[in-house]
Design a protein around this ligand. Structure first.
Ligand code: FRU
Length: 504
């Protein structure tokens, strides 16, 4: 009976999508060309990422009805290569007393396969006039497309002392025939992650507080993820109330007996403005793949109106899928998945070595300058410049003299990478900074820049630093230049690529 309500809600939403998606595809100017998007409407977190029966499945927080966050459904798409996507019917829609909060609906969660069945574990938000009352719930599917909500939901309710509106985003995994889930939560105003265990995914027992903040890591951890990497464990989350950090990671050790995690190394999975709520999963080859929402809630000290795209009937995309590995110093290395190589072609600058004189600007080419990739290596040993400045998405001077541009600076003197988007377009703002590790014996620094219609992603130093953000420059702003400041610079292996338009 109750699943009937969900069927009707899904049918209604699908009808809306069928009517509006063609309009969005035809009229929108800021749609991405190779990054994952919904057909129309709003998306935020990646959910339930899984490699199931030979295909990648992405689910996602989805409001099919408008370009704003509200009434979360779970959108669904499948792919053979993490890049070309086929949209499937919505997997979950708000329908039950435990998940039909009219603004909330079905919040984030994860997926797991058990005995050939695909299970989703997600947070339901209830509407009892008391805010977003959160519980954990199960839905399952035998065909990987149509889901049934478990009749015994909710399967986990907030424990004593945990605020009912800070208990969400279950990330589930299996170990030795048992299931474990970590849930973002709060106690006494401080973020914590709770660990539960189950034999069957339906009945859960509390194990322990896996890990908690002393206050320095915020008051709530959204979308906690917890996974083994090499011989360590990684805890990943998007902290609320931890300043400019959008996504942090901790590397350490985990003890199944006590259910406690202790860390020795911490870092940021991405230092840019727009990378939030990432989730990781492994595929058949055992690669650890991370996908993040290419946006962020408004931590910035001004009200965020989500940029120009909602006027086009959509908002939100995913950052390019990234492979995560552990370096010897126990920090993460995060680079675009190698599949990206299958949709790009060499097009533009192709030089083994470029010498930049102090102050002189050099024009670089990478495809159309909009949907493209640019790679080079800074030869630190033969570079005396204090800074290397790369300008992308640069337009012609406008009548009032302004020039649209986004400036990315590698400050070798101070060890910073900055991206300044104050002149990117007439909406974006802010200067993002990330620290670079430039030890005296370091010989080279690699730079990989991915541009798409409305995004910029930077991977520096073999993936030790990622910095991602959205910009909303018109297609005509497509020039790329580079210059050295305060000395000369040598760039090696400078390669420009066009990245194919695979969006529709
Ligand atoms: C993170 C988040 C989650 C929540 C979801 C709601 O971006 O706030 O904590 O489940 O989005 O859409």
């Amino acid at each position: 009976m109750s699943n009937e309500t969900m069927r009707r809600a899904i049918a209604q939403a699908e009808q809306h999508i069928a009517q509006h998606a063609p309009e969005v595809a035809a009229n929108a100017k800021m749609r991405q060309r190779y990054h994952f998007m919904a057909p129309c409407g709003w998306i935020n977190d990646p959910n339930g990422l899984i490699y199931f029966r030979g295909q990648y499945h992405f689910f996602y927080q989805f409001n099919p009805y408008s370009g704003f966050w509200s009434m979360m459904h779970w959108g669904h798409a499948v792919s053979d290569d993490l890049l070309h996507w086929k949209h499937l019917p919505i997997a979950l829609a708000p329908s039950e007393s435990y998940d039909n909060h009219p603004q909330g609906g079905c919040f984030s969660g994860s997926a797991i396969e058990k005995d050939g069945r695909l299970y989703l574990m997600y947070t339901g938000t209830a509407n009892n006039g008391n805010g977003f009352e959160q519980t954990q719930n199960i839905a399952y599917s035998d065909d990987g497309i149509n889901f049934i909500k478990y009749e015994g939901n909710p399967v986990i309710e907030p424990p004593e002392g945990v605020p009912h509106d800070f208990f969400r985003d279950p990330k589930v995994w299996e170990h030795d025939g048992q299931y474990y889930v970590v849930i973002g939560s709060q106690k006494d105003g401080r973020a914590q992650a709770l660990l539960y265990r189950s034999e069957d995914l339906l009945h859960w027992e509390f194990v322990n507080v896996l890990f908690e903040s002393r206050g320095e890591w915020g008051f709530m951890w959204e979308c906690p993820d917890f996974f083994p990497l090499a011989d360590k464990w990684v805890f990943l989350c998007s902290p609320m109330g931890a300043g400019e950090r959008t996504t942090v990671y901790f590397v350490g050790d985990f003890d199944y007996e006590t259910g406690r995690f202790t860390y020795t190394v911490t870092g940021e999975a991405d230092w840019g403005f727009d990378f939030y709520a990432p989730q990781t999963f492994t595929d058949a080859s055992g690669r650890r793949i991370m996908v993040g929402w290419a946006n962020c809630w408004d931590w910035m000290p001004f009200w965020k109106d989500w940029g120009p795209t909602y006027r086009e009937g959509w908002c939100g995309s995913f950052a390019v899928p990234r492979e995560v590995t552990l370096a010897d110093d126990l920090t993460l290395r995060i680079v675009p998945v190698r599949e990206l190589g299958t949709i790009r072609t060499p097009d533009g600058t192709d030089a083994n070595m470029l010498t930049l004189a102090d102050g002189a600007e050099t024009v670089l080419h990478a495809g159309d300058g909009v949907s493209c990739e640019l790679q080079f290596v800074i030869d630190l040993a033969s570079t005396s410049a204090q800074r290397i400045e790369l300008t992308v998405r640069r337009g012609e001077p406008e009548t009032d003299g302004t020039v649209l541009r986004t400036i990315f600076t590698i400050d070798l003197q101070h060890g910073w990478s900055t991206i300044d988007r104050t002149e990117s377009d007439d909406w974006s703002r802010g200067v993002s900074r990330a620290p670079l590790r430039l030890s005296p014996d370091k010989r080279e620094l690699s730079v990989d820049v991915l541009l798409d219609q409305s995004s910029l992603e930077l991977f520096l130093d073999e993936g030790a630093v990622a910095q991602s953000m959205n910009i909303f420059a018109p297609t005509s702003a497509n020039d790329i230049t580079v210059r050295a400041i305060g000395g000369t610079a040598t760039l090696l292996n400078v390669h420009g690529y066009q990245v194919e338009n695979i969006s529709e």
